[in-house]
Write a protein that binds this ligand. Structure first.
Ligand SMILES: [Cu+2]
Length: 170
């Protein structure tokens, strides 16, 4: 079995099937640009990312791993729960590696559709609502399909990032 075939077996095609095409349950994968905040990505996640990069799927799909990278742990949740087509509000929580809230961060939310190579027509506007919580308005998801949200927080020289992938239905 070639590494390519192995990646197909364990890669995003299979993970996506297991999760269901219509699932809006967030599947996440780690960004390789920063070291893991808490744990290393699993072998399956690394293979899945490799498979996605190699174009093993006809559509890019988020790989299933977990966690934030860098100096912070970042959580994101749509309000109300579940992304919808169109304008969304995302609440973001940033904590440090000791679990303490991170206030005063510059937080960005960047939507992207990997299969189509484009982002959102709008730029989310993020406000600091205190206590390590941030609110992103104008998170416009204008097409059904696979989206990735890159959540990034920067405070001085410290930075954290999390990439969340999900399927948006019609
Ligand atoms: Cu698109």
């Amino acid at each position: 079995m070639t590494p390519y075939e192995r990646a197909r077996k364990t890669g995003p095609c299979r993970l996506r099937r297991r999760a269901g095409r219509r699932s809006v349950r967030a599947m996440e994968f780690a960004c390789p640009s920063l070291p893991p905040a808490r744990r290393r990505p699993s072998v399956a996640a690394v293979l899945a990312v490799a498979a996605a990069l190699a174009g093993a799927c006809d559509e890019a799909a988020p790989a299933a791993s977990e966690g934030s990278r860098g100096d912070f742990v970042i959580e994101g949740a749509f309000e109300p729960p579940g992304p919808k087509l169109g304008d969304n509000v995302l609440s973001v929580e940033v904590t440090d590696l000791e679990g303490e809230p991170v206030t005063g961060a510059v937080v960005t939310v960047t939507p992207f559709m990997p299969a189509h190579g484009h982002g959102s027509p709008e730029t989310p506007a993020v406000v600091d609502v205190g206590g390590g919580r941030y609110r992103a308005d104008n998170v416009v998801l204008h097409m059904p399909g696979t989206w990735q949200l890159t959540l990034r927080a920067v405070v001085g020289a410290r930075a954290g990032e999390r990439v969340v992938g999900f399927e948006l239905g019609e």
